[in-house]
Design a protein around this ligand. Structure first.
Ligand code: NAI
Length: 289
């Protein structure tokens, strides 16, 4: 957390609970910018009550996240991590490297806002059949990329790959749970670049253990706070579920890095300073919540 005189900038791993905001307020903090699109780590109601003005960066580069999700899909379908590990052992066999085409696969997008829409565009290029579920369907995606909006149940029943692009809020917490996973195709691939708690991690591990889930690409993790963004090499993580996930070779885990491109980071910095400048001039910040 970086602090100035009366303003701070935070990120998704930071604690912005009511208690922390109260402490910041008591130290004179009046403005808070999060260098993220998601705001689930901030108690917005508590900030409002304290008079702390909050702004986020809703669209720094949705391409960065969409492209990372596609990279995870390809790495899993084509077993790229395994191949890389093997060739470094001078093992050039193909026996366990047979993957599958994305072409003609049915991909279900849960959430078709900025990131989901770009994911749809890219997957349309691969020749995928696209199903989508969103509480606010964007019908233009049907015309542009052939996206068929449907129910969550129908999406889960038909999709070979399911990619998550919703915010974390009360309506999406544990959206992917045991009951939903049981309705999915056997061997389904799930890609989560959204937020850890959009899935129930226990249910995901159960699905992976039984083979119901064939592949899981995760850039986010329910208990990532205090773990991701730090080097814990050689330490005991004291997290059995994370250890289980890390031990499975059909799980690809990246440490909340989908946003980490030079383009996105530059755009985030620019937006943050624009917010601070606007407040300094006594104006409303562009993305004030
Ligand atoms: P967005 O606001 O443009 O789109 C979110 C979509 O989800 C909207 O269309 C909304 O209608 C839909 N939605 C909300 N609740 C829903 C529900 N219960 N069921 C179905 N659909 C629902 O947001 P954007 O920019 O596409 O980002 C999505 C999320 O991606 C962010 O909220 C954030 O959590 C995550 N994210 C992850 C990053 C990473 O580095 N891994 C970086 C940036 C964002």
């Amino acid at each position: 957390m970086a602090s100035g005189f009366d303003a701070v900038s935070v990120f998704t791993g930071d604690d912005c609970s009511a208690a922390l905001l109260q402490e910041l307020h008591s130290q004179g903090v009046q403005y808070l910018v999060t260098r993220s699109a998601g705001v689930d780590h901030i108690d917005i109601d508590a900030a409002k009550k304290l008079g702390i003005r909050v702004a986020n960066v809703p669209a720094y580069s949705p391409h960065a996240i969409a492209e990372h999700g596609i990279a995870m899909m390809l790495a899993l379908t084509r077993k790229l991590i395994l191949a890389d590990n093997q060739v470094h052992q001078q093992d050039f066999r193909l026996d366990n490297l047979v993957g599958f085409n994305l072409h003609h696969k049915t991909v279900g997008l849960i959430g078709t806002g900025k990131i989901g829409a770009i994911t749809a565009k890219i997957l349309h290029g691969f020749g995928c059949q696209l199903l989508a579920y969103d509480i606010h369907p964007d019908e233009s995606l049907t015309e542009k990329y052939g996206v068929v909006f449907t129910t969550l149940a129908e999406l889960c029943a038909a999709a070979d790959i399911i990619s998550l692009h919703t915010p974390l809020n009360p309506s999406t917490k544990y959206l992917v749970n045991d009951a939903l996973i049981s309705t999915m195709k056997d061997g389904v691939m799930i890609i989560n670049t959204a937020r850890g708690a959009v899935v129930n991690t226990t249910a995901i591990i159960h699905g992976l253990t039984t083979g119901k889930i064939g592949f899981y690409g995760m850039d986010v993790y329910e208990k990532e706070k205090g773990v991701f963004f730090y080097d814990h090499g050689g330490e005991d993580l004291h997290d059995v579920q994370l250890e289980q996930l890390l031990s499975m070779n059909n799980v690809l885990l990246t440490p909340h890095q989908a946003f980490a491109t030079t383009e996105a980071l530059g755009s985030i910095a620019q937006s943050c300073f624009q917010h601070f400048d606007a407040w300094d001039r006594g104006q409303q910040a562009q993305f004030e919540l």
